[in-house]
Write a protein that binds this ligand. Structure first.
Ligand SMILES: [Zn+2]
Length: 168
């Protein structure tokens, strides 16, 4: 059997359980039950405020954030789960790092927990560029359930794909 697109790299028994959930049409219910809360972060202005508030709470000392936007062109899995760029610019003769966070626009409609998870992921990248132990420690510091959320986010994305295919 082919690996599930969002779960490549996960153990076969995990993939089998998820496949069963999907093929019996229970994936949507599972997600709706666990993540009933929507969020109200509709535009880039609100997204910036939301990201900044989380940053102030957990990473006040790190690089200032200049921009946070929803990006419709962003493929969620392409760059791990989001993207984070450092745009270097010469300003007043010295190089200044301008940090921006782009969030795939699928998160605009996603449950609140998944938006928080992806923002935590991107904020952690302000301090750690790799997905290493220190990176995940930061993620779980900001969001204790981080690993479960990241896993369930994969199920959510898989369900979105299935739903849009069926809707035709
Ligand atoms: Zn990442």
């Amino acid at each position: 059997m082919d690996p599930l697109p969002y779960l490549a790299g996960y153990p076969a028994d995990v993939q089998m359980r998820v496949r069963a959930l999907r093929d019996t049409g229970r994936l949507g219910d599972y997600l709706a039950q666990r993540y009933p809360e929507p969020h109200a972060i509709r535009n880039d202005r609100q997204l910036y405020d939301y990201v900044q508030a989380l940053k102030d709470r957990y990473l006040r000392q790190s690089t200032p954030l200049h921009k946070a936007i929803y990006d419709a062109r962003l493929q969620v899995l392409k760059h791990a789960l989001g993207t984070h760029t450092t745009v270097s610019r010469v300003q007043g003769g010295r190089l200044k790092a301008n940090r921006e966070i782009r969030i795939a626009s699928v998160f605009r409609e996603a449950p609140a927990a998944f938006l928080e998870m992806i923002v935590v992921h991107e904020l952690a990248h302000l301090k750690e560029s790799d997905h290493n132990r220190a990176f995940y420690n930061l993620c779980t510091h900001m969001s204790p359930d981080y690993h479960q959320l990241e896993f369930d986010l994969r199920l959510y994305l898989m369900h979105q794909d299935t739903a849009s295919t069926t809707a035709g």
